[in-house]
Design a binder for this molecule. Sequence first.
Ligand code: NAP
Length: 316
Amino acid sequence: MEANGVQKKEYVLVQAPMVLGMQEDLEQRYDVIRLWDDSQASLLQDAAPYVRALVSFHKLPLHLLESLPNLAIISNHGVGIDHIDLDYCCRHGIRVTNTPDVLNDDVADLAILFMLAVRRHLCEADQFVRSGQWVQQMFPLARKASGLRLGIFGLGRIGMAIAKRAESFDNIVAYHGRSKKPGVSYPFYSKLSELAANSDVLVVACPLTEDTKHIVGKEVLDALGPEGTLINIARGPVVDESALVEALVEKRLGGAGLDVFENEPHVPKELLSMNNVVLSPHAGSATWETRHAMAKLVLDNLHAFFAGKPLLTPIL
Ligand code: NAP
């Protein structure tokens, strides 16, 4: 749009800051309204009728969406879209994009890191050396992390990256999902509890949906058993957190590596004192390189939208 020879920018509402450099790129190209900046509240109120694009990071309150009558695209900074009301978007003709693939390596690396750290008691070993206990006693024996049966719940983009890494540890991979994947030779279990019963390590890598909420509950945890390790790099609510805490307290589950939780950033206090649990603050994709690639994809989707070109990674 041109007004008095000056290029008029589009308003873009942004829910959280992007990685250094990319936020500046966004702000050069668009009139950015920073949702996290209270001093921009009145700007948002005035500009709301003209906002056509929103960059989302986490849950979007309905009243915010309803205050944006001309919203046409949500470019999500992340692959999981469980926090976006897709029905609302469908009803209002709002396009939605996400950032698949560019984060596969980081999230898969973290899953493997959890497998190694939980089984080999890495965090405990580090504390053992730092606190000077090594001069007084031997460190207790741990459990092997290679040559295991590794079950993957959700053999998608991230799940496949985990499987590839797990194979290099001589782990035997199997998986569960809604259906057997064509062209995949790993054994498929149609029941999640059967996969768990046949796994030493169970990695949760599926999306959070109405079907998957709390699907990893008592039955699955008991099938994994007192020597088993649960790893969740997907979404907290896929695991029934109370059932997980109970299983760990009662030693019906061997250990856990958790990047995601039901009520982030709050973590059940019982987990904080367990040395067979390794915790991480939803940091699966949190490296400079990957956050840069994710932000670039967010921007590229916006640029494509405003240029009237096909979206790069559309959900809707
Ligand atoms: P994807 O490529 O869509 O893979 C998801 C897999 O889960 C698919 O193989 C799918 O297989 C399976 N699945 C989907 N719905 C299912 C259901 N109802 N029951 C059983 N299996 C189901 O997704 P992705 O890119 O790998 O990402 C997976 C998830 O990881 C994301 O949704 C996100 O929540 C999470 N994530 C977390 C982080 C982090 O920071 N921790 C970072 C990125 C992503 P079928 O279709 O055959 O069932």
